[in-house]
Design a protein around this ligand. Structure first.
Ligand code: G3P
Ligand code: MG
Length: 246
C-alpha cells in the first residue's frame, strides 16, 4: 500500500494553519487526507486550532475555552501568516466537516486535550462525525491516554490513534498502544526506525509519522512502508511519492 499523505493543519507551509485557505490548498494539491486539531469554546463548540491560546495564530489573546464561537469569529486568523490571508477566520468543526463531506479525503481529527482535558470532547466530536456520515474515513487521535480510554469505553467504531511525542523502548510503546486499544500509532519522525515500523505492523497497527517536511525524510517514510505521513507540504510529498513509485 502506498503511504498516504495527510496535510498537517492543511497545507500549512503555504497558508495559515487550520484555516479554509490551508484546507482548500491541500485538496487542490492532491493530499489524501487532512489533519486538524480541535479544542472546545466556552459555549462547548469544537473549533480548529493547534494551540490552547489564540495568541500565536490570530490578532487576539487568551484561551479558546474563554471565548464563545461568536467572539472567536471576530478574530483575524490569517494576517500573522501573510497579509494576503487577512480575511481568514477560525473554523468550527462543523464548518470543516461540511466542507469535507463531499470530498474524497480522509480526516484525522486530533483531540487537543493533552493540556486542557475538555469535558466530553470525545463524544462531542464523535457525534459530529456521525452526523455528517464521516466516521468510516476518520481517525481520532490524541496524546492523552485517558482520552483514548474514554474513546474505547464509548465503543466508537472509528479508528483511534495514539500520538507519541517522546522516545519509548519499542516494546513498551507497542504495549502502551495495545493496552489503549489503539488502531494506530502516530510517531515523531525523529523516532522512526524500520524495526519499530515492522514491530507495530506485526501487531496489525498502522504507523503514521509527523511532521515530515524534508524530501529525503518523506522518501525514508515511503521506503519503510509507513501507512501515512503528516506534512505541511502536501504538494511536494505527492510529487515525491510519484517519483518514488516510478
Ligand atoms: O497529528 C500529528 C501532529 O499534528 C501532532 O502534533 O503538535 O503538530 O499537533 P502537533
Ligand atoms: Mg496536530
Amino acid at each position: 500500500m502506498p503511504t498516504n499523505i495527510f496535510a498537517h493543519r492543511g497545507a500549512s507551509g503555504h497558508a495559515p494553519e487550520n484555516t479554509m485557505a490551508a484546507f482548500e490548498l491541500a485538496y487542490r494539491q492532491g493530499a489524501d487526507g487532512i489533519e486538524t486539531d480541535v479544542h472546545l469554546t466556552k459555549d462547548n463548540i469544537p473549533v480548529l486550532m493547534h494551540d490552547e491560546q489564540v495568541n500565536r495564530t490570530t490578532n487576539g489573546a487568551g484561551y479558546i475555552k474563554d471565548y464563545s464561537l461568536k467572539q472567536l469569529k471576530q478574530l483575524d486568523a490569517g494576517s500573522w501568516f501573510s497579509s494576503a490571508f487577512a480575511d481568514s477566520k477560525i473554523l468550527s468543526l462543523d464548518e470543516f466537516l461540511t466542507w469535507i463531506r463531499h470530498k474524497a479525503l480522509y480526516l484525522n481529527i486530533e483531540l487537543k486535550n493533552n493540556k486542557i482535558d475538555y469535558t466530553n470532547l470525545e463524544t462531542i466530536i464523535y457525534n459530529r462525525l456521525a452526523h455528517y456520515g464521516l466516521l468510516h474515513r476518520s481517525i481520532l487521535s490524541t496524546f492523552n491516554p485517558n482520552s483514548m480510554m474514554r474513546l474505547k469505553k464509548a465503543e466508537t467504531d472509528t479508528e483511534t490513534a495514539l500520538l507519541i511525542s517522546r522516545r519509548f523502548k519499542h516494546k513498551k510503546l507497542i504495549t502502551y498502544a495495545l493496552d489503549l486499544e489503539a488502531s494506530a500509532v502516530h510517531i515523531k519522525y525523529r523516532h522512526l526506525r524500520q524495526r519499530l515500523v515492522d514491530r507495530i505492523h506485526q501487531k496489525q497497527l498502522a504507523v503514521r509519522v509527523f511532521t515530515v517536511n524534508e524530501l529525503n525524510h518523506m522518501v525514508r517514510c515511503f521506503s519503510m512502508g509507513c501507512d501515512a505521513i503528516f506534512t505541511d507540504y502536501p504538494e511536494a510529498a505527492v510529487q515525491s511519492r510519484r517519483q518514488f513509485n516510478n
